[in-house]
Design a protein around this ligand. Structure first.
Ligand code: NAP
Length: 682
C-alpha cells in the first residue's frame, strides 16, 4: 500500500499515523494513504518565506517567466505519466486532458506574460502622476512581490490543474507556495509535485505540498501571506472568518459552489445551428468530469415554448452517455471522485426531487461498463424539470456536485436575467443566441452577478473554448455564492501577489527607482550618439539634443503631395474659421517624420530596426516659420531572449521623442520602440 508523502522543508516526509485511506474511485479499492500528522505548518511557512521567497524575488519577471516556460516544457514532455493515475480519480481521457494538459497550458500562458512586465524583479504600474505645477514633484506606482507565502487550499476535482493554475501565477509574481490539495485526490497532485521537484527547475522552497489534512494552517499566516481557497462554501466561509486572517490582514481568495446557468435565446429554435449547439454544450457541461466542475451547467434556462424540445433533445443526447471504467472503449463518463461524493450527490438529488421532477436518469437504474456499479462511485446523469422556478427555488440554492441539472422555463428575456441572477452569484453563465439585441440585453442585465459570460453562436462555435473552461488570460471567479474571489486573468492575477506602493519624489529619483525615464528627470547628453551604443552600453536618461529645423509652407505642400493627406487644415487657409488653427498647420505626421530625420544617426550601427510608436500626441500646432528640435531620450530597456542559437542577441530600447518649438514648449511627444544589438552575442 503506497504511502503518499508531503514535500516539506526540502524533503519528502511521511506523515505520522495510519493516515487517511485513498481509493481508486472506479474499483473502490484502496490505493494508499496520506497523512500530514507531525508536519509543522508554521515551520513550513517560514521555510517558504526565508528560502523560496528570497530566491524568487532575486529573479526578474523575464527570468521567472523563462523558469515557468522550462517547467511547462518539461511537464509537457512527461505528461503521459499522469494519465493512468488520473483515471483512478474516475476521470476519462478527456477529463484528464483538461486537468493535466489544461494545467500545463496554464503554466505556458503565465510564462508568456513575462513580456508584459519589465525586466526587473518588480513591476511599474500605469502612468506617472504629475503632482506639481513645475514638474519637480511627481508620483508613480511600483508593485513588489509580497514577502510571504501563498497557501493554496484546493478542491478534489482538479488535482493538477487546480495546483498549476495557481502556482504559475504566484511563481511569476515571485512568491513561494504551499499547496494543499483535497486529501481525496492528493495522490495525483503528489505525483506531479514529485516531477516538478525532480526537475530542479524551481528554486528550493518555492513549492511545498501537504497531502493530508491542513487543519490549523491558517493559525500560522502572517502579514504578506495570501490564502486561496477552492471548495465548498461551508468550508470556505469557516476559513474566511478565521480571526488570524483579520488580525494579519491576509487576503483570502475564495472560489466556492456556483449554480451556473446556460440560457437558450428565443431565436435559437429547433432547426437552427444554435439550438444544436446549446444541446451539445449543456450535455457536455453536465457530463465532463461527471459534472464535478465548478463551472458545470446546473440550471438550463429555456423559453417556455421550447421546454419540451429541449427536454427531448437533451434526453436523447444524454442517453448516449456510456458510464463506466474510463479505460474501456466508448466510455464517455467515469465516476465521481469517491464514495462520499456519491452519497452527497444522491442526497442533494433527493432534496431537489422534493420540488421538481426528474425527466431523465435515475439514481439506481443505470448501467455501468467495465466496473462494478456498486463498488465504484458511479452515478447517472440526472435531468430535472422545474415548472415554477420563481416559487420552487431549490434549484437556485442546492448544488449537487455531479452530472445533475435542471430545465427552467422563462417567458421573456427579463425573466431569463432574473432567473440567472437567482443563483445569487455564479462563476459563469452562457447564452446561446444569434440575436445581438438579446445578447446585449442579457449580458448587461446578468453581468453584475456573474464572473464570466459566454455568448455562443455559429460564428464563434468552431473556435469557442466553451462554457466550462476558465481561460488563463481571463478572470476566473464570481460574486456572492461563488465566493467573491477573483483569480487568473492574465496580469491581473499576478498583481494579487504583488504589493502596490505609491512613490513620490523628483523625476530623477523616480527614474532611478522605476528604471523608466520620467519627464523632468536629469538627462545625460555626454558621449556618442545613442545609435552608436550597444544595448548594454545604453543608460536610461541618455539623450540626444538634435539640430533644429525651420518648418515651411513648402514642407506642408510636399508632405501633402507625398502622403496624399490634403486635409483642409493643412491646405486651405480660407477654411480655418471656427477651428483652433490660425494658419495652415503642419501635419502631425510630418513633425513625427521630421523628428526621425533629426534624431536618427544614419550610419550602420547597433540599432537593428524601429518597430513602432507608442503613445504619440500632437500637443501644439506647428505653423510655417516655426522651428522644431528634438530631445531624444532613452526611456526604458527590455532585454530579449534569443529564439535560437542563430538569433541575434538584442534588446528593446524605448526612446522618448520630445519635439519642442522656439519657446522650448513641447509640440509633439511619442515613444518609439527600437531593437538594439547586444555587444555580447552569446
Ligand atoms: P471542501 O470539502 O470544502 O474542501 C476543500 C479543501 O479545503 C480541501 O482541500 C480540504 O481538505 C480543505 N479543508 C477543509 N477543511 C479545512 C480546514 N479546516 N483547514 C484547512 N483546509 C481545509 O470542498 P471539496 O469537497 O473538496 O470540493 C467540492 C466543492 O468545491 C464544490 O462545492 C464545488 O462547487 C467547489 N469548487 C469550486 C471551484 C471554483 O473555482 N469556484 C472549483 C472547484 C470546486 P481535505 O480534503 O483534507 O478535507
Amino acid at each position: 500500500m503506497k504511502n503518499y508523502k508531503n514535500y516539506a522543508l526540502g524533503s519528502w516526509v511521511k506523515g505520522d499515523g495510519e493516515g487517511t485511506a485513498l481509493y481508486n474511485s472506479i474499483s473502490g479499492n484502496q490505493i494508499g494513504t496520506a497523512s500530514s500528522k507531525g508536519l509543522d505548518f508554521a515551520e513550513m511557512m517560514n521555510y517558504a518565506r526565508k528560502t523560496g521567497g528570497p530566491a524568487l524575488r532575486k529573479m526578474t519577471f523575464q527570468e521567472r517567466g523563462l523558469m515557468l516556460k522550462a517547467l511547462a516544457l518539461h511537464l509537457h514532455s512527461v505528461k503521459n505519466k499522469f494519465y493512468a493515475l488520473s483515471a483512478e480519480t474516475g476521470a476519462t481521457k478527456i477529463d484528464s486532458w483538461i486537468d493535466i494538459e489544461g494545467g500545463i497550458g496554464n503554466v505556458f500562458a503565465n510564462a508568456s506574460l513575462r513580456k508584459n512586465f519589465p525586466d526587473l524583479p518588480y513591476h511599474i504600474e500605469g502612468d506617472m502622476a504629475q503632482l506639481s505645477k513645475n514638474g519637480s514633484f511627481i508620483g508613480h506606482h511600483i508593485m513588489t512581490p509580497k514577502e510571504g507565502v501563498a497557501v493554496h487550499i484546493n478542491a478534489f476535482n482538479f488535482p493538477i490543474w487546480g495546483m498549476l493554475e495557481k502556482i504559475a501565477v504566484n511563481l511569476m509574481a515571485g512568491v513561494p507556495a504551499i499547496v494543499k490539495p483535497a486529501t481525496l485526490t492528493s495522490f495525483l497532485t503528489e505525483h506531479m509535485v514529485r516531477e516538478i521537484v525532480d526537475s530542479g527547475i524551481l528554486p528550493e522552497g518555492s513549492l511545498q505540498l501537504i497531502c493530508g489534512s491542513a487543519r490549523g494552517i491558517i493559525d500560522s499566516v502572517e502579514t504578506g501571506d495570501i490564502v486561496t481557497f477552492t471548495g465548498s462554501a461551508d468550508t470556505g466561509k469557516m476559513l474566511k472568518s478565521h480571526p488570524r486572517l483579520i488580525d494579519k490582514a491576509v487576503p483570502f481568495n475564495m472560489e466556492a459552489d456556483s449554480l451556473n446557468c446556460s440560457v437558450l435565446g428565443t431565436d435559437a429554435v429547433p432547426g437552427t445551428i444554435e439550438f444544436d449547439l446549446f444541446i451539445k454544450e449543456v450535455q457536455k457541461e453536465m457530463t465532463v468530469k461527471a459534472g464535478q466542475k465548478c463551472t458545470a451547467v446546473r440550471r438550463i434556462i429555456v423559453p417556455e415554448i421550447l421546454v419540451e424540445d429541449v427536454q427531448i433533445a437533451l434526453g436523447k443526447r444524454l442517453s448516449k452517455t456510456t458510464i463506466g471504467n474510463p479505460s474501456v472503449d466508448g466510455v464517455r463518463m467515469g465516476s465521481l471522485a469517491g464514495d462520499e461524493q456519491k452519497m452527497e450527490v444522491r442526497e442533494k438529488v433527493k432534496k431537489l426531487s422534493k420540488s421538481q421532477e426528474i425527466v431523465f436518469g435515475s439514481l439506481d437504474n443505470f448501467d455501468v461498463v467495465g466496473a462494478d456499479k456498486d463498488k465504484g462511485a458511479f452515478i447517472s446523469p440526472i435531468l430535472f424539470l422545474n415548472d415554477d422556478p420563481f416559487n420552487k427555488i431549490d434549484c437556485h440554492n442546492i448544488e449537487a456536485f455531479g452530472p445533475v441539472s435542471t430545465i427552467i422555463p422563462y417567458k421573456n428575456i427579463e425573466e431569463a436575467i432574473e432567473l440567472a441572477k437567482m443563483g445569487k452569484g455564479s462563476l459563469v453563465c452562457s447564452i446561446i443566441t444569434n440575436d445581438m439585441k438579446i445578447a446585449e440585453q442579457f449580458v448587461l442585465g446578468a453581468a453584475s452577478m456573474h464572473g464570466r459570460i459566454l455568448v455562443l453562436n455559429e460564428a464563434c462555435s468552431k473556435e469557442s473554448t466553451g462554457h466550462g473552461s476558465p481561460m488563463p488570460l481571463l478572470t476566473h471567479g464570481g460574486p456572492g455564492r461563488a465566493g467573491g474571489g477573483e483569480e487568473m486573468g492574465g496580469i491581473r492575477g499576478i498583481k494579487h501577489y504583488l504589493q502596490r506602493t505609491a512613490i513620490q519624489g523628483h523625476p530623477t529619483t523616480i527614474t532611478a527607482i522605476t528604471k523608466q525615464y520620467q519627464v523632468g528627470a536629469s538627462q545625460n547628453t555626454d558621449g556618442p550618439h545613442v545609435f552608436r551604443k550597444h544595448f548594454e552600453e545604453i543608460k536610461i536618461g541618455d539623450t540626444v539634443i538634435t539640430d533644429r529645423h525651420l518648418v515651411t509652407l513648402d514642407n506642408i505642400e510636399d508632405f501633402a503631395e507625398l502622403s496624399g493627406d490634403k486635409f483642409y487644415a493643412h491646405m486651405d487657409e480660407n477654411a480655418l474659421e471656427g477651428t483652433i488653427f490660425t494658419e495652415r498647420v503642419a501635419h502631425g505626421y510630418f513633425i513625427m517624420s521630421k523628428a526621425a530625420g533629426l534624431f536618427v544617426d544614419a550610419e550602420k550601427g547597433p540599432v537593428l530596426l524601429n518597430y513602432g510608436i507608442d503613445e504619440c500626441r500632437f500637443t501644439k500646432p506647428v505653423y510655417p516659420g516655426m522651428s522644431v528640435g528634438v530631445r531624444f531620450t532613452v526611456k526604458e530597456k527590455i532585454s530579449q531572449e534569443k529564439r535560437d542559437e542563430e538569433d541575434i542577441a538584442k534588446g528593446i530600447v524605448k526612446f522618448l521623442v520630445d519635439v519642442y518649438d522656439d519657446d522650448g514648449e513641447t509640440v509633439m511627444m511619442a515613444t518609439i520602440l527600437t531593437m538594439v544589438r547586444k555587444l555580447n552575442q552569446k
